[in-house]
Design a protein around this ligand. Structure first.
Ligand code: ADP
Ligand code: MG
Length: 321
């Protein structure tokens, strides 16, 4: 018979009482604290005026779509009116929010290229009252080329969106937050988002080369600011796929915080299987597994976003990334 004591008794021998020093124990403690903080804020305050976020990073797979879906879900779960604009021809945002977007479904393409009224294109998200979506279908893939020869090609989304927001406001149904999910490129679709937006939210994946390419993104934002939209500002950086057990994640987080200072949300989104599973059930992680760490982190990130000052000056180091 094996007489080796089980691991628990080894710990008990050195630290009596509940152990709070192991990584697992501290993760559990943080989870409980996070759950308390989220519960303590049942509703978020409405902003003074509609805040329009561009969720951008020209790298693919860093968490733009996941962040758009779950921050939008979190804001609406806390009582706010939210519009998501899916500007990626892959339409993953539309999928995750259970909005039909098969080829030929009218959506953002019609608003951008054909100048259609957004009112006829925006759809309600079935699971989240207060959340509406302007879907993207594969038709949008052609828009990048079609826009090139069009009049006012950079400002078409801005025009459509401003018209729609004004209509909502007149109808007494003001939208509090707009989140625009960008494709992984710096082409005309992303430029349209940056002209329509006021704040840029950059998700940064806690992986090798996290900051690579960010200099180009920041320079493009500067260019759009000086030529097309003086009100655009990077206000929010969100660390995604954070793994508290690796030094790599902690190192990337430190580096990003050194560059972007207090624009980086205190909450980092953990790498979580529940977050990656949710879209295959056409759900946000908030509806798929409300008490999971992924859901709680996005709720906490949304709270930070809602409390952050709207306009902050860019830090000098941002330009040096
Ligand atoms: P992007 O829109 O920037 O291309 P996505 O949001 O689509 O990135 O994310 C890329 C992949 O990573 C997706 O499969 C998504 O489910 C997964 N993912 C995103 N965030 C997380 C996370 N926090 N934990 C685990 N998987 C994640
Ligand atoms: Mg995406």
């Amino acid at each position: 018979m094996n007489s080796t004591p089980p691991p628990a008794s080894r710990f008990a021998a050195t630290s009596p009482g509940p152990d709070v020093s192991t990584p697992l124990a501290s993760e559990a403690r943080e989870h409980v604290e996070l759950a308390h903080r989220v519960e303590a804020t049942p509703r978020l305050d409405r902003p003074a005026s509609t805040r329009i976020f561009v969720v951008a990073n020209q790298k693919g797979g860093v968490g733009k779509t996941t962040t758009t879906v779950n921050v939008a879900a979190a804001l609406s779960a806390k009582g706010l009116r939210v519009l998501v604009v899916d500007l990626d021809p892959q339409g993953n945002t539309s999928t995750a929010l259970a909005i039909e977007h098969t080829e030929g479904t009218p959506g953002v393409y019609e608003a951008l290229v054909e100048g259609a009224d957004m009112d006829e294109l925006v759809r309600p998200c079935p699971d989240l009252p207060g959340l509406t979506v302007l879907p993207a279908s594969i038709d949008l893939a052609g828009a990048e080329i079609e826009l090139v020869s069009m009049v006012a090609r950079e400002t078409r989304l801005d025009k459509a969106l401003q018209g729609y927001l004004a209509e909502c406001e007149e109808a007494g149904d003001r939208i509090d937050y707009v989140l625009i999910d960008c494709p992984p490129s710096l082409g005309l679709l992303t430029i349209n988002a940056m002209v329509a937006g006021r704040e840029v939210l950059i998700p940064i994946q806690c992986e090798y080369y996290a900051l690579e390419g960010l200099g180009q993104l920041v320079r493009n934002i500067d260019l759009v600011r000086s030529h097309l939209n003086p009100r655009l500002d990077i206000t929010t950086i969100l660390l995604t796929m954070y793994d508290a057990r690796t030094r790599l994640s902690a190192g990337v987080a430190d580096e990003v915080r050194n560059h972007f200072g207090d624009k980086v949300l205190k909450t980092a989104i953990p790498r979580s299987v529940r977050i990656s599973e949710a879209p295959s059930y056409q759900q946000s992680v908030l509806t798929y597994d409300p008490s999971s760490s992924g859901s709680l982190s996005y709720l906490e990130a949304a709270r930070e976003i809602s409390e952050a000052a709207v306009s902050r000056k860019p830090t000098p180091s941002e330009r040096e990334v």
